[in-house]
Design a protein around this ligand. Structure first.
Ligand SMILES: NC(=O)C1=CN([C@@H]2O[C@H](COP(=O)(O)OP(=O)(O)OC[C@H]3O[C@@H](n4cnc5c(N)ncnc54)[C@H](O)[C@@H]3O)[C@@H](O)[C@H]2O)C=CC1
Ligand SMILES: O=C(O)[C@@H]1CCC=N1
Length: 274
């Protein structure tokens, strides 16, 4: 991608996408990141050789794509301060913020802009991200391809036609790395109780998750069948899976993911007022 991409905000999510982009071969010369604090930018400059700036408006003036990657709570102030620069340049805007509606973001930036809302996740850092994307009516085909190219550099891309579905994407992939990290913690704790050294239990649990995901992605069988293939009748897995089902794992996942999606829509109500 020869387009100049500027990340407004250089935290966990921007850092993950930038790291993944560079890993996939995008030139650091085409990437800029901004933050009010040079303490955050200096390591990115030194480690990844990207451009950095503390002035958002100046950074926008040279960009083809502007990725909004600050916390939702400060987004309004950040957008309004760079509004004139955005209107002068009219780049493709890509927001990765949870909750905030495209129309509100566009309005804060002065209106009539091509804007893609994206819900990514941090495994983008290792090229294994999973992102949902939604385009507003001003986004043309070339800009849609550009957003796809940007996010495909760091993982899987799924477009949704209904913006409200991004809340579901947040529950299924945006927030979901944390569910698996929690599972790793729980599996390690139990592995230790069962006598394994902590690092052995951790490595085995993580490698097993990687193997299960890789196997399910490359198989033409559905996960239920792959699960049954591990469950020998009267064997060990059957005992564990029966326990998970009886203890309500499906209900717990449904409640947690619904709470996640509800929070995204609540954030839109709290922060997305125009
Ligand atoms: N962390 C995650 O797993 C995911 C985060 N997101 C979204 O990404 C966005 C950023 O989240 P994180 O990276 O986790 O937060 P973070 O707190 O790690 O990063 C935010 C960055 O914004 C910078 N910043 C603060 N004020 C600024 C300003 N005026 N101008 C430019 N930069 C400024 C901060 O220095 C910081 O580097 C949020 O909107 C969040 O909803 C979306 C999907 C996943
Ligand atoms: O927890 C959050 O609000 C952000 C959005 C999705 C993942 N992290």
């Amino acid at each position: 991608m020869a387009s100049k991409v500027t990340f407004i905000g250089a935290g966990n999510m921007a850092g993950a996408i930038i790291g993944g982009m560079i890993e996939s071969g995008v030139s650091p010369d085409d990437i800029m990141a901004t933050s009010p604090s040079d303490d955050i930018l200096a390591p990115l400059r030194e480690r990844l050789s990207i451009h950095t700036a503390t002035d958002n408006a100046a950074a926008v003036a040279e960009s083809d794509v502007v990725v909004l990657a600050v916390k939702p709570q400060i987004m309004r102030e950040v957008c309004e301060k760079m509004r004139d620069a955005v209107q002068a340049r009219r780049p493709l805007i890509v927001s990765v913020a949870a909750g905030l509606p495209a129309e509100t973001l566009e309005h804060w930036l002065g209106g009539d802009l091509p804007l893609v809302r994206c819900m990514p996740n941090t495994p983008a850092l290792v090229g294994a991200g999973a992102a949902g994307l939604y385009a507003n009516a001003n986004v043309d085909d070339a800009q849609r391809r550009l957003a796809t190219e940007l996010m495909e550099a760091v993982g899987l891309v799924e477009w949704v036609d209904d913006e409200a579905l991004l809340d579901a994407v947040t529950a299924v992939s945006g927030s979901a790395p944390a569910y698996f990290f929690l599972m790793f913690e729980a599996m390690e704790e139990t592995g230790v109780k069962l006598g394994l050294p902590a690092d052995t239990a951790r490595r085995l649990a993580m490698q097993t998750a990687l193997g299960a995901a890789k196997m399910a992605l490359s198989s033409d069988k559905l996960p239920g069948e792959l699960k049954r293939n591990v469950m020998s009748p009267g064997g060990t897995t059957e005992r564990a899976v029966e326990h998970l089902e009886e203890a309500g794992l499906r209900r717990i996942m449904a409640e947690a993911m619904t709470a996640c999606a509800d929070r995204a829509s609540e954030m839109a109500d709290e922060l997305g007022k125009r």
